[in-house]
Design a protein around this ligand. Structure first.
Ligand SMILES: C[S@@+](CC[C@H](N)C(=O)[O-])C[C@H]1O[C@@H](n2cnc3c(N)ncnc32)[C@H](O)[C@@H]1O
Length: 247
């Protein structure tokens, strides 16, 4: 029987296995770009009405975006970190700095079904957590994001993408589809887990579908490409009801 690579249980197991090497693997194999893209994603969030914002980090993993978030919003009331992988949370907790721990709330849950309160978040971020969702799941996720955000609340999501029209795409694909699986087999005892990223990224294409799904939920949406389309982001706001008519 073929496995369903979009089954949340499959994805949770995959990231449980990746968790102990995730941090260095993602930094090294992205040639440092992932850190730059996380910063660019945080920069898409504007100063809002609250200087003690409640922030939700969906698909938070080991919390790699929190240092950037807390530099930008040092007084954040809390960051609610949602992730389905138990081991990713364990590694996130292990590397939390003591002075940051009281600002982070961990929730081990499927982001498609979380019962986070409605209209709670001033801001919502997700870095590299979209590619493991198919188109139907992206629509469910968009509904969740629209539900969780306060009116006027902002979101910023970024994901690795397939740079379809980039002249160097064949080299990029060779790197993702051939080189990385080989490096993983050699250095991680024959493992084939991180290599799945090539498949997920090719299927995901870019944040275009997610942008459409968020627009369909009534959010204001901006879609951007980063570094020739090797990543894409979608950011914007939940409108305040009636405000559009007044403006
Ligand atoms: C590539 S990691 C990204 C982690 C982190 N945000 C970063 O910037 O590196 C993707 C994360 O999404 C989580 N994830 C995947 N599907 C999920 C779901 N349905 N609900 C919650 N978390 C999920 C995985 O467990 C994993 O930790």
């Amino acid at each position: 029987m073929t496995k369903d690579i979009y089954d949340p249980a499959f994805v949770a197991d995959l990231f449980d296995r990746c968790s102990s090497n995730y941090r260095w693997w993602s930094a090294v194999t992205s040639l440092g770009f992932i850190e730059r893209w996380r910063k660019q994603c945080v920069a898409l969030l504007q100063d809002g009405p609250s200087d003690v914002p409640d922030i939700v980090d969906l698909m938070a993993g080991t919390g790699e975006v929190w240092p950037h978030l807390l530099v930008r919003f040092p007084k954040a009331n809390q960051i609610i970190a949602v992730d389905i992988s138990h081991q990713m949370h364990v590694h996130a907790v292990a590397r939390l700095h003591a002075d940051r721990a009281d600002q982070i709330t961990h929730i081990e849950a499927n982001a498609l079904q979380t019962d986070l309160p409605a209209a709670h978040a001033d801001m919502l971020i997700s870095t590299f957590g979209l590619k493991t969702f198919n188109a139907d799941q992206q629509r469910v996720l968009a509904r969740q994001i629209a539900r969780i955000l306060k009116p006027g609340g902002q979101f910023a999501l970024i994901e690795a993408s397939d740079p379809k029209s980039w002249v160097l795409r064949p080299f990029y694909r060779f790197y993702l589809d051939r080189m990385l699986p080989l490096v993983e087999r050699l250095f991680l005892k024959g493992a084939q887990d991180f290599s799945m990223i090539g498949t997920y990224t090719r299927n995901f294409r870019d944040c275009g579908q997610m942008a459409d799904a968020l627009r369909a939920e009534g959010l204001d949406v901006n879609l951007r490409q980063h570094f020739f389309g090797c990543a894409s982001s979608v950011s914007g706001k939940k409108p305040i009801a009636g405000k559009a008519e007044q403006d």
